[in-house]
Design a protein around this ligand. Structure first.
Ligand SMILES: Cc1cc2nc3c(=O)[nH]c(=O)nc-3n(C[C@H](O)[C@H](O)[C@H](O)COP(=O)(O)OP(=O)(O)OC[C@H]3O[C@@H](n4cnc5c(N)ncnc54)[C@H](O)[C@@H]3O)c2cc1C
Length: 445
């Protein structure tokens, strides 16, 4: 009999797990359950769709029940798992028609993802108050925007999702206020000067910023009409919350060891504290190379990689994660920002003896007459060990690929000195003989 691998959750992490097993281990039986009706929705496309930068949602999916079943899996959609008997290795689920399933497993992969953080404030049940996570949420927003009386949208949370949505609603022709507790946007990913450049970009494009304030309640009769913060009242027609995600780990039922934020605690093989049970994606921890500790970073990239690792381990091939650096990017009205590792302010807050080296220059040789832009770079490193802890780049030019090298540098614990005379090519079409990476590294103390 084939060994049974049961996957709970068939989005990015679950799909990566299943594809890896189905492509490499024909001797395994794969059975998956998902509570949703769709698979593999790319949430990053939500803002592009709302902002009319893409014509529709069709390209935002890369897998489906049919694709996975054609490869040999059995996939139950709209069938939430409600209980797991870890001792006897049985998963219990029930579909929307009331059909009950008792599915035994040899290996179990938990890929239950994350849920939006819901603020505990008055008025959350008013109409036109939205979360942004699922395809259905995006559909809801698009449908509501057909109503011209929605003239003003308030976005709460100025992380990368909130900033992207602020741009999207503005592009959609709405007035937008962006609220955050912090006194700037993107504070988890960039240091203040970079964040301020993005804030200015948002303001220059007409987004009203309401930073350094907390939403205390929402008001309205049936629909939301006002957002009340601890500093002001904002008249509005729609409120969208993007204040973060929490791991969805209810199925652990107190039996699986959890991290401080309740994510399933996993080792580098994605194993949980229960034998033959793995956890992947947003419901699980990662190893953060920048701080050399277990951490929680919810990204689709981590979901896919962890799914691949769990699949191999569950099928008997030992494979360990190399850890992650939280590499990320954002592009708003042509201002591109990328970062990896930790910021200088976070490094200091964590107790590192951290400093940074910075440089600003044109991307290409100045005799190149068009398509040139300034680039700012900041490299954060530990003054004692000299190990690179983080890097940030910003430009109107597409500098995104440069961050991959810093991601590897952090992963390999490279020192800032190693970057000083690193062989970087020069061709005027692309860059300058005195490359800004070299120049920033040479300026390090
Ligand atoms: C608006 C937005 C933009 C984003 N942009 C980016 C980006 O640009 N780059 C990036 O790297 N990341 C981005 N992300 C983050 C990324 O989407 C998540 O990290 C990713 O979805 C995690 O995948 P996952 O499979 O672990 O979890 P999820 O996507 O949360 O999927 C979990 C799945 O488990 C199912 N499930 C849960 N409980 C049960 C149960 N009891 N029984 C059965 N099924 C269950 C759910 O239905 C769901 O399908 C974005 C997220 C959002 C919301």
């Amino acid at each position: 009999m084939k060994e049974k691998i049961v996957v709970i959750g068939a989005n990015h992490a679950g799909t990566a797990t299943m594809n890896t097993i189905l492509d490499n281990y024909k001797d395994k039986e794969v059975i998956a359950f998902d509570s949703n009706s769709n698979i593999s929705f790319l949430g990053c496309g939500m803002a592009l769709w709302i902002g009319k930068q893409i014509s529709g949602p069709d390209g935002l999916f890369y897998s489906s029940k049919d694709i996975l079943e054609n490869k040999g899996a059995k996939v139950y959609m709209e069938t939430p798992v409600n209980k797991i008997d870890y001792k006897n290795k049985i998963v219990y689920a029930q579909d929307k028609n009331g059909n009950k399933y008792e599915q035994p497993y040899d290996k179990l992969i938990l890929a239950t993802g994350s849920l939006p953080i819901e603020p505990q404030i008055e008025g959350m049940d008013l109409k036109n108050v939205q979360y942004v996570k699922l395809y259905q949420n995006a559909q809801d927003v698009i449908e509501k925007l057909k109503d011209d009386s929605i003239k003003h949208v308030t976005v709460v949370g100025a992380g990368y999702i909130g900033v992207e949505l602020a741009e999207a609603f503005k592009r959609n022709g709405r007035n937008v206020t962006l609220i955050d507790l912090a006194d700037t946007c993107l504070a988890s990913y960039y240091d203040k000067d970079f964040c301020d450049a993005m804030s200015k970009n948002l303001e220059d494009n007409g987004v009203e910023l309401a930073f350094g304030q907390k939403v205390v309640k929402l008001e309205g009769k049936e629909k939301v009409e006002r957002v009340i913060t601890d500093k002001q009242t904002i008249d509005t027609d729609m409120v969208v919350f993007g204040i973060g995600f929490k791991p969805n780990t209810k199925l652990g039922n107190g039996e699986i060891e959890l991290f401080k934020n309740n994510a399933f605690l996993v080792n580098k093989s994605q194993e949980t504290s229960i034998k033959d049970v793995y956890a992947v994606g947003d419901c699980a921890t990662v190893f953060n190379n920048a701080i050399q500790k277990t951490d929680y970073i919810a990204l689709a990239t981590n979901a896919v990689r962890s799914g691949i690792i769990a699949a191999h381990n569950a099928c008997g091939t030992k494979l360990e994660s190399d850890g992650v650096q939280g590499s990320n990017a954002i592009s708003i009205w042509g201002l591109n920002m990328v970062s990896t590792g930790i910021t200088l302010s976070k490094a200091k807050a964590l107790g590192y003896d951290a400093v940074c080296t910075e440089f600003e220059d044109y991307q290409k040789a100045t005799f190149i007459e068009s398509g040139n832009s300034k680039v700012s770079i900041k490299i954060v490193y530990d003054k004692t060990t000299r190990i690179v802890l983080g890097a940030q780049l910003m430009s109107n030019y597409d500098i995104s690929s440069a961050i991959h090298m810093f991601s590897l540098a952090i992963s390999e614990q490279v020192t800032i000195d190693k970057l000083k005379l690193l062989d970087l090519f020069f061709l005027p079409h692309f860059n300058q003989p005195y490359n800004y990476i070299t120049m920033a590294a040479l300026r390090a103390e």
